[in-house]
Design a protein around this ligand. Structure first.
Ligand code: NAI
Length: 285
């Protein structure tokens, strides 16, 4: 199965990162979002990232231009007809993803693979919203995509070996390290990471310590490169809440209960770095 053209759905922090890495490695990429201002924001972010690469002499100005030329921002989902694989990176919400997959199934070519970058939602359930569950798979990149090496590849119940191998090859061509994971809530990465982040939020909620000090404990005491609350802000607190809800519902165990303070921040629109405020404050992007 030859992959030449890729469509990425969602031009947010993950989608734009995935589109950038695909284009930088020679693929033609359609980057889709709901509105032109969103695709434009994604393109601006990519431009800024690539300029930084040029400055650090990791890429020439010509290579940057070639990468940008391979990217096509679009608000038309029908462009999915051009793609050999569609990688969905819209919001972490089952209804949104199932709706998208069902529409994409009707548009995409027969051979096309439908992949999702979901952080925690069951691949098998997303696949069931299509007539091609054999060609549906999880391709879970880490944030920030251009920097992080790992891709978790998650097979749905029906995913074929051929589709798995095509996605594994694609991940390697993107200079990533793929790891095979079974379809359980949160996969491996977020099943381990999110309860730690949620516990750090409970520690703030119960007044045990300040966000700064909690992050310092984990950085200096456990040698984590980034504290859990800063990491939560980078991931997006809405995404963290969706993942905790998926773990809570999927395993039915109260140890996964989202912290009320996390819910409160999300309701306030304090979503972390992307909105300028979460547990810490950030310059607006
Ligand atoms: P984000 O909020 O930065 O971006 C989401 C984008 O999707 C927005 O631009 C939004 O306009 C667009 N969108 C929403 N509904 C859409 C639709 N129906 N059609 C097309 N575009 C639509 O979110 P982020 O962080 O990029 O997350 C995207 C996905 O990646 C989620 O499933 C998340 O769980 C997953 N993910 C997130 C990670 C993180 O660290 N933030 C890490 C790995 C996976």
């Amino acid at each position: 199965m030859q992959i030449k053209t890729i469509m990425v759905i969602g031009a947010g922090q993950m989608g734009s990162g995935i589109a950038q890495v695909c284009a930088a490695n020679g693929y033609d990429v359609y980057m889709h979002d709901l509105k032109e201002e969103f695709t434009q924001r994604g393109m601006n972010g990519i431009d800024k990232n690539l300029s930084r690469q040029v400055k650090k002499e990791r890429m020439t100005e010509d290579e940057k231009q070639e990468t940008l030329n391979r990217l096509r921002p679009t608000t038309d989902l029908d462009d999915a007809v051009h793609a050999d694989i569609i990688i969905e990176a819209a919001v972490e919400n089952m209804e949104v993803k199932c709706n998208l997959f069902s529409r994409l199934d009707g548009i995409a070519q027969e051979h096309a693979i439908l992949a999702t970058n979901t952080s925690s939602l069951p691949i098998t359930e997303i696949a069931a919203s299509t007539k091609r569950p054999k060609q549906v798979i999880g391709m879970h990149f880490m944030n920030p995509v251009p920097v992080m090496k790992l891709v978790e590849i998650i097979r749905g119940l029906a995913t074929t070996d051929e589709v798995y191998e095509a996605v594994e090859t694609l991940a390697k061509n993107l200079q990533k390290t793929p790891v095979e994971v079974n379809d359980f809530p949160g996969f491996v990465s977020n099943r381990i990471l999110m309860p730690m982040i949620n516990e750090a939020i409970f520690t703030v909620y119960e007044g045990v310590s300040s966000p700064e000090d909690i992050d310092t404990v984990m950085k200096l005491g456990m040698n984590h490169p980034m504290g859990p609350l800063t990491l939560a802000d980078f991931i997006g607190l809405d995404t963290c809440l969706y993942i905790m809800e998926t773990l809570h519902e999927g395993f039915g165990d109260d140890k996964y209960r989202p912290c009320p303070l996390l819910r409160k921040y999300v309701k306030a629109g304090w979503l972390g770095k992307k909105t300028g405020k979460g547990f810490f404050e950030y310059e607006s992007n």
